[in-house]
Write a protein that binds this ligand. Structure first.
Ligand SMILES: *Cc1c(COP(=O)(O)O)cnc(C)c1O
Length: 509
């Protein structure tokens, strides 16, 4: 936990606005007198007598201001980030070093294959190791995100079924699926048929059988699913789908529980996408960048995106000549820098290291599950895989909800877990610690969660009104994202200086 004591209102320690500082005539730079006189060097139309409200500050004040602001950022390098389904693991710095090698970072994307043999070899090798990890026969690295991987995989399925005579109309998606699954299906022209998971959070083959017919192109399964539960019936489900000529798609966005231990390709999966920016170590968040390679079984290889990287006589070439291909899905080679990071990560860990990482991810998630069980209601009693889902059921009696608990965690210095997802769990709190956290960090987080549960009993208003220590409190989150307030307006209680500045601004404009 950070040194901040919970419950103390620190909002006044919010860094001042840059407009509040400085003094007229103060500057970080002084022109030599001669130069100042020859201002005609600057075109007249670019000269300003005065910019309303423009702060006049020294270099050090500016430096400190922006350094303070940078400390308001939250990152895996500063704090624990148990955001379920997102796998916010620590990304070893060696991956960054390798991605910055000038031979990679300065490559021109249009350089001819003869000049980028090293890069092509890396991509070729990465396809191979990902195929091995997933138990698939071939991989394309083009898709730039999980969602684009899904779309690419479904386009491959559609192309294959079309050639067999009928692309079919429907995709089956379980109710625990990530929202991108139905979205990708719809984008690919399919109708979504939702099926319910059972009381243990799993998909049952019998349920699939009820809706499986020759109009269904594929079933999209996530394993482990978004409840953090392993879909034990996957092989029986695959059989039901295959018997009616459909394909099994596996959303492998979170391969963090499986890599090095089990291969989706051995479970009857025909198409798989993997989020490199989750399991294979790329800093992510805030929308990108990412990479969502797709693995397929060999009967689908003619449909893979082009160009494909082929190994000839000791050299690597780009081959476009696959007439059944779904075409190109991303410019150049996809997000190349992320592919380099993933390769560095996989090679530096090796197969034993990958397995160890998965086992640690499982251990850490189950450790937190056990520590918090009883204090918070567990949505499903099953042992979990890489994440576990709690709810606010026990806290609701005091009128405290998942959102309040998440906000209160900010006061304790922790990023909240994923909340209100998966949708099948009311008031979900989805915790994914990942393998890179120490026992001390897990204990500190669990202690914070337990302390909050105690506060809920003793002083529920404190939790309901949280956060108390962040620069801003409860925002209308949808509006804050769509219409961010970037211009400061004075509030009751703001210092005179702010009000004075504000009236000056208004008078000028
Ligand atoms: C993150 C995630 C996705 C989507 O991946 P993006 O890279 O964000 O498009 C899909 N499915 C699951 C299960 C995920 O966790």
């Amino acid at each position: 936990m950070s040194g901040r004591s919970p419950g103390i209102n620190l909002r006044r320690s919010t860094p001042p606005l840059i407009f509040e500082g400085g003094s007229p005539g103060r500057s970080g730079f002084f022109w030599p007198e001669e130069e100042a006189k020859s201002q005609e060097k600057i075109p007249r139309n670019l000269l300003r007598d005065d910019i309303p409200g423009f702060p006049e500050l020294g270099e050090l004040e500016v430096l400190r201001h922006f350094t303070r602001l940078s400390h308001l950022n939250y990152s895996i390098e500063s704090q624990f980030y148990p955001l379920g389904s997102c796998t916010m693991k620590y990304n070893p710095k060696v991956n960054e070093v390798v991605a910055r090698f000038s031979g990679f970072s300065l490559l021109h994307p249009l350089a001819p294959p003869e000049l980028i043999q090293g890069a092509l070899e890396l991509l070729y090798e990465l396809e191979g190791v990902l195929a091995e990890i997933g138990g698939m026969d071939h991989v394309t690295l083009q898709p730039a995100a999980g969602a684009q991987g899904e779309l690419t995989g479904l386009m491959i399925i559609r192309a294959c079924l079309k050639e067999r005579g009928n692309p079919r109309r429907k995709i089956i998606v379980p109710d625990t699926a990530h929202g991108t699954n139905p979205a990708s299906s719809t984008l690919c022209g399919y109708e979504v048929v939702q099926i319910a998971s059972n009381s243990r959070g799993m998909v049952e083959a019998a349920k699939v059988e009820e809706v499986m017919d020759e109009g269904v192109a594929a079933l999209m399964l996530t394993n482990p699913n978004t409840l953090g539960i392993f879909e034990k019936n996957i092989q029986a489900v695959a059989e039901v789908v295959h018997n009616k000529g459909g394909l099994l798609y596996l959303d492998g966005a979170n391969l963090n529980a499986l890599m090095g231990i089990a291969k989706p390709g051995d479970m009857g999966v025909d198409v798989l996408h993997i989020n490199l920016h989750k399991t294979f170590s790329t800093p992510h968040g805030g929308g990108g960048p990412g990479a969502g390679p797709v693995g397929i079984k060999s009967f689908l290889q003619d449909y893979l995106p082009v160009p494909r990287i082929l190994k000839g006589d000791g050299s690597f070439e780009l081959q476009e000549d696959f007439p059944k291909s779904v075409g190109r899905v991303r410019s150049f080679f996809g997000n190349f820098g992320i592919l380099v990071r993933a390769y560095a990560y996989i090679i530096s860990l090796g197969s034993d290291g990958l397995e160890e990482a998965s086992r640690m991810a499982l251990l850490n998630a189950n450790y937190l599950r056990k520590k918090l069980e009883g204090t918070y209601h567990l949505a499903y009693p099953e042992p979990c895989m890489h994440e576990s889902v709690f709810t606010d059921r026990l806290q609701q009696k005091q009128g405290v909800t998942t959102l309040d608990i998440a906000k209160r965690l900010l006061d304790y210095g922790f990023h909240p877990p994923t909340i209100y997802f998966p949708l099948v769990v009311s008031g979900a709190l989805m915790i994914e610690p990942t393998e890179t956290e120490s026992r001390e960090t897990l204990d500190a987080f669990a202690n914070a969660m337990i302390a909050i549960a105690r506060e809920v009993k003793e002083n529920p208003d404190l939790v309901r009104s949280a956060p108390h220590t962040t620069p801003v409190g409860r925002l209308d989150e949808a509006r804050a994202a769509r219409k961010p307030v970037l211009r400061w307006e004075p509030q009751a209680g703001d210092s005179d200086q702010r009000s004075a500045f504000s009236s000056k601004l208004k008078a000028k404009s």
